[in-house]
Write a protein that binds this ligand. Structure first.
Ligand code: NAD
Length: 253
């Protein structure tokens, strides 16, 4: 296979956590990977440690900045000449009671978690259309599947992203573009360390049938599958990778 035939993935929020594991999974499967993150220094360091300079591209960008996203997409095409998969993983979490959630926090959560995937998908679709197709995976959350306290902004942003997934699956099917979502249960990343209090950790432990947090690599497997040709007839779906939390149907406080 010549290098121009090697598939290309763009992963947002790839400097650490689930996004970094997803980027590593694509690399291990022989793909070329553009890693995008708002934290430039962290991203450069993560990419340097991958030791795959010929197959990686680091892009410092805020997914909620339309002009920055357009520039990043142009850089992907200039470097790799194609785009086969987009993983909209960049996200932020605010876990606060309604009365303590500022208007600015509400807006920022929606900008990053919902408008970010909208802007990135809009920027990626023309290249995918030209190639005859592609795959998009949006990273949602079990907080969008179930309502609970503290997550008015976060849970709403993820539920809206799940619906955007269905909307775009239907709309882009004619272009050969599949759009799916992966809804992680709790994963012990930097984000979780910031917003999961001991009480939240205990609640998750009690309500998850597999009785543990998920691993970043377990999320990456599901994301990669949905982007691969093995999922060629799957579009518009949200796959919960959550240790059985959703199936158990037990709500969090
Ligand atoms: P993380 O905070 O460890 O990583 C998120 C990455 O996104 C960071 O590198 C951050 O710099 C980047 N990012 C944040 N805002 C950005 C922006 N505006 N533009 C570009 N990059 C930006 O978090 P994580 O736990 O790995 O989360 C990844 C995704 O999984 C998020 O969408 C999150 O909501 C979702 N998720 C996580 C959990 C969990 O328990 N960790 C559970 C459900 C869903």
């Amino acid at each position: 296979m010549s290098s121009s035939d090697q598939k290309v993935a763009l992963v947002t929020g790839a400097a650490r956590g689930i996004g970094l594991a997803v980027a590593r999974k694509f690399l291990s499967e022989g793909w070329r990977v553009a890693l995008l993150d708002i934290q430039g220094a962290l991203l450069e360091d993560a990419v340097a440690r991958m030791d795959a300079a010929d197959r990686t591209l680091a892009l410092t960008c805020d997914v909620s900045d339309a002009a920055g996203v357009a520039d990043a997409m142009a850089a992907v095409i200039a470097r790799f000449g194609r785009l086969d998969a987009l993983v909209n993983n960049a996200g932020i979490a605010v876990f606060k009671p309604l009365l303590e959630t500022s208007d600015a926090e509400w807006s920022r959560v929606l900008d990053v978690n919902l408008s970010g995937p909208f802007l990135c998908t809009k920027a990626a679709a023309p290249a995918m259309r030209e190639q005859g197709g592609g795959a998009v995976v949006n990273i949602t959350s079990i907080s969008g599947l179930r309502a609970s306290t503290l997550r008015a902004a976060y849970g709403t942003s993820k539920a809206a992203l799940a619906h955007l997934t269905k909307q775009l699956a239907v709309e882009l099917a004619g272009l050969g573009i599949r759009v799916n979502a992966v809804a992680p249960g709790p994963v012990d990343t930097a984000m979780a360390k910031e917003v999961h209090s001991p009480a939240i950790r205990a609640d998750y432990h009690d309500t998850i049938p597999l009785n543990r947090y998920g691993l970043e690599e377990e999320l990456a497997e599901a994301v990669f599958f949905l982007c691969s040709d093995r999922a060629s007839y799957i579009t518009g779906q949200e796959l919960a990778v959550d240790g059985g939390f959703d199936a158990a149907g037990i709500g969090l406080p």
